[in-house]
Design a protein around this ligand. Structure first.
Ligand code: PEP
Ligand code: MG
Length: 530
């Protein structure tokens, strides 16, 4: 057994995990070809069938957004034209693994050179499928990760993250990555411990690891004393989780008794299945871009998703954010390719106003769903007041259409994210918004001029920077003066270290990832209101 080695990175999602190390880019085992085309063909077809079965089982277990991605992969594998060139190669005496990988490599090349971003993005699905079937041909049967696996490698894609059944424990330890990335956000919302920025690790011979994602520490090949330390930390954590779980169910107030509203951020209705509505005062942010994984969903699909969320929370408020694509959230076939800096490009409300065909469908679905609960609509990335006017005009237009068509609907109030410094500096100019919700993730990256998805500058993307805190206070003051409700839905609100500053700034409403509700309420209870 190799010596225990300790490495340090940046915590991206708090928690503890210990288990077998699984490399994200594992080298392939070799397979001895049978030399008989009939047997090779049979081997390939059964590897494809087994893959379909395994991916479908994973989709059934995962549900929601994860299931969509996996069902799409099943549909690709079930399409016989995918494997047809491989079958032809096998008939020409090429072994099954070579025939399959060459076939898929050619198709990946076709997809990657497509002009359409949607098809280019499908290349990643094809790579997953190539490896999945090849693994089975090589007799590496296990698709599901071992229980409690620690995923490690350069970086992890959202689809790889979503394909893992995290209910059995486990964690993530990445050489690169950033705590502000989309995957880190997913990890926090699902309570998966994650560390990023470990640098290139020599993992040879190491089979297991402990991830302490509170301290940003990874121990490779832990010895007995590390494991017993880990067990103690786990039982402390369980105690804290119990206390946090109780705190989550109580209303929040500061040490001096000032009530604070604590809402939750969600990325789809399926996240709510395992949550008790009693833990929150509403849903302060629905990130609707998760509905757009495979292109633009139709009105009915969107309506059903929004309705489910509204019904879960009713009568508490639900803030439905309009599509915030672009930046670190590209949507195949929709976001604009090749921008020199996508975070400063056509993202959020800018993209929606550029594509009113798509924006109208979303607004219609939201207005229809609004009769099933207490809905509010929120615009991301607003920079000038005219964007609110244009969105309001489109909303009025779809509401009038729905009325003319005799379809039940309501017109929710229209508020904005305050995440572009141009708004936070002069919030009074945006007084036509029904409410403000501070997006501290983007506000911080724009104020510090440090991208949220670049590991090398991640220390600079600090919401505790006095400039960010001052802007939060400025927006809170403007809200009080103008009679506009102000909340904060960026990750700053779920980080207990920032709660005292937020309370002192006069903020009285935050929206956080569901696993952070308890610790946020405890941090509020320990803070003064000013
Ligand atoms: C933010 O920017 O703080 C925010 C809540 O939005 P997102 O993280 O989805 O960009
Ligand atoms: Mg944002």
């Amino acid at each position: 057994m190799p010596q225990a080695v300790e490495h340090h990175g940046r915590p991206a999602s708090p928690g503890l995990a210990a288990g077998p190390l699984v490399f994200l880019d594992r080298p392939r085992e070799t397979r001895r070809a049978s030399g008989d085309p009939a047997r090779e063909r049979e081997a390939l077809l059964s590897a494809i069938a087994e893959s379909i079965e395994a991916i479908r089982a994973l989709a059934d277990r995962a549900g929601g957004d994860a299931a969509d991605i996996l069902e799409f992969q099943v549909a690709m594998l079930e399409d016989e034209t995918l494997a047809a060139p491989a079958i032809a190669r096998i008939a020409a005496s090429i072994d099954a693994v070579t025939a399959w990988t060459e076939t898929i490599a050619a198709q990946i090349g076709d997809y990657e050179s497509s002009d359409d971003e949607y098809f280019r993005a499908r290349a990643a699905d094809l790579r997953d499928l190539r490896d999945e079937v090849a693994r089975r041909l090589c007799g590496e049967a296990e698709v599901a990760l071992p229980e409690g696996a620690i995923l490690t490698g350069e970086d992890v894609t959202p689809s790889r993250f979503l394909s893992v059944d995290w209910s059995r424990g486990g964690g993530i330890a990445l050489f690169a990555g950033s705590p502000s990335s989309h995957v880190a956000m997913l990890a926090r919302s699902r309570g998966v411990p994650m560390i990023v920025g470990l640098g290139a690790l020599d993992l040879s011979d190491h089979q297991a690891a402990i991830v302490d994602a509170y301290a940003g520490r990874v121990i490779l090949s832990p010895r007995d004393e590390h494991l017993s330390e880990y067990e103690t930390a786990r039982s402390d954590e369980a105690g804290r989780t119990g206390i946090e779980g109780e705190a989550a169910l109580r209303p929040a107030s500061t040490k001096d008794g000032v009530p604070v509203s604590v809402m939750i951020n969600v990325a789809g209705p399926e996240e709510l299945d395992r949550l008790d509505p009693a833990i929150c005062d509403g849903i302060g942010l629905v990130r609707t871009e998760f509905l757009f994984h495979h292109g633009v969903p139709d009105e009915e699909t969107q309506f059903r998703a929004y309705r489910r969320i509204l019904e879960w929370a009713a009568p508490k408020p639900v803030v439905l954010r309009t599509l915030d694509a672009g930046g670190d959230k590209p949507i195949p076939g929709l976001t604009i390719d090749g921008e020199s800096n996508p975070f400063l490009g056509t993202r959020g409300i800018r993209l929606c106003l550029a594509r009113p065909d798509i924006f109208r469908i979303q607004l219609r679905a939201m207005a229809r769903a609004a009769v099933h609960g207490n809905a509010k609509i929120m615009l991301p990335m607003v920079t000038v007041p005219a964007e609110i006017d244009q969105a309001a005009a489109l909303l009025d237009e779809v509401v009038a259409q729905l009325a003319a068509e005799g379809i039940r609907h309501a017109r929710p109030p229209l508020g904005i994210m305050v995440e572009v410094p141009a708004v936070a500096v002069v919030p009074d100019l945006f007084a036509r918004a029904a409410f403000f919700s501070i997006g501290s993730n983007d506000l911080t990256q724009y104020v510090t001029a440090a991208a949220r998805d670049v590991g090398a500058v991640s220390a600079l993307v600090d919401p505790g920077h006095p400039a960010v805190v001052a802007l939060v206070a400025r927006v809170v003051d403007a809200g009080l003066r103008l009679g506009i409700d102000v909340s904060l839905c960026g990750d700053m609100g779920g980080d207990p270290r920032h709660i005292p500053a937020l309370m002192a700034a006069g903020l009285r409403s935050v929206s956080v990832a569901p696993p952070q509700v308890g610790r946020t309420k405890l941090a509020i209870a320990a803070a003064d209101s000013q």
